[in-house]
Design a protein around this ligand. Sequence first.
Ligand SMILES: [Zn+2]
Length: 116
Amino acid sequence: MNHIDKQPRAQLTVRKTFKYNDAYSQLDEWEEIGTVRQLNIRTISKDEESAKAHALVSVQSKASAEDIKSALRDMFRRACRCEHDCCGHFQSYASRVRRAGKSSLYFVTIYSNRNI
Ligand SMILES: [Zn+2]
């Protein structure tokens, strides 16, 4: 534990089981693979029905790049708990995760749209 590091870091966890849908995914089994810190997030486009944003995150993990990308996709996935479609709530997912070279930085493209 590095107490000099003042920026808050969050646990980075990868989802190991897929028994539940996205709204209840916390009931699945997760494995902690490291820590993550969101450095920046920027809205690229936004209208009534959808939004797109770019996030830059710093990852500390010894896991494979595939596990890290999977964990980052889970981190940015949001789903509502409504039983039916057309509720109008926003849901989002990481449409693209890209590592910046061999560094600890990852670019995440987040796409949100209304459930219609
Ligand atoms: Zn909903």
